[in-house]
Write a protein that binds this ligand. Structure first.
Ligand SMILES: C[S@@+](CC[C@H](N)C(=O)[O-])C[C@H]1O[C@@H](n2cnc3c(N)ncnc32)[C@H](O)[C@@H]1O
Length: 201
């Protein structure tokens, strides 16, 4: 069985009991180094994820007789590894276990509702900012190429009124949350989620 498990934003206390149980019963743990590092005492096989997702899928097909746990950050089906894996395995051999996404976590921290929220990602793609700014409340998971600074510049280019809430290293000891106007956004932030808010809606 392959279990794709949502690990939440980082803090182990935010993981589900189901996630903990499946990890403790796993023969194989697969994940990015940041997530695998949480299990130094795991004695089964560990497989480090890399960008070769086709290779991962191929390899997983050779492992369906074992308990394989794929660690996914946040929620597996929110811009995560869950989508690709679910597309390639029937439900009898693959389960997806939800987790608290970094987006949900940030909204809880700032006590803002997620009603009518548009959620998107800049990971490895050029976002359609004209479409994005048609929404009053947007959450974006980002990457190094397009993050808070680039989002701020796109707001300024269009002369829009938006507040950016930037959540860095969410749930970790060095978590930082900033409420900024676009012109105040710095060039560099650690791993982050950005909320783009039209407060004049
Ligand atoms: C591939 S996406 C996965 C999103 C994940 N499935 C989720 O539900 O949070 C990775 C991006 O999620 C965001 N992210 C994940 N964990 C985070 C955290 N602890 N703090 C800030 N951003 C985080 C960052 O934008 C990161 O680049």
């Amino acid at each position: 069985m392959i279990s794709v498990i949502g690990m939440g934003p980082g803090d182990a206390g935010l993981r589900t009991q189901t996630a903990q149980t499946l990890i403790s019963q796993a023969d194989v743990l697969v994940g990015w180094p940041r997530l695998l590092a949480d299990f130094p005492d795991f004695h089964g096989e560990k497989q480090v994820l890399n960008a070769d997702i086709d290779g991962l899928i191929h390899w997983l097909h050779t492992k369906t007789d074992q308990n394989v746990v794929v660690l996914a950050s946040g929620d597996p089906l929110l811009f995560g590894i869950g989508k690709r894996i679910a597309e390639h395995f029937p439900k009898q051999t693959c389960e997806i276990v939800p987790g608290i996404s970094s987006v949900q976590y940030l909204f809880s921290r700032v006590q803002l509702d997620m009603n009518d929220l548009y959620i998107t990602s800049s990971h490895g793609k050029q976002p359609d900012f004209d479409f994005i700014f048609q929404h009053d409340k947007v959450a974006m998971v980002t990457d190094k190429a397009i993050g808070p600074f680039q989002i701020g510049q796109e707001v300024l280019k269009r002369d829009l009124n938006r507040t950016l809430i930037i959540g860095e290293n969410l749930s970790y000891a060095d978590e930082r949350i900033h409420f900024l106007q676009p012109e105040q956004v710095q060039r560099d932030y650690d791993m982050n989620v950005v909320v783009i808010l039209n407060e004049r809606q």
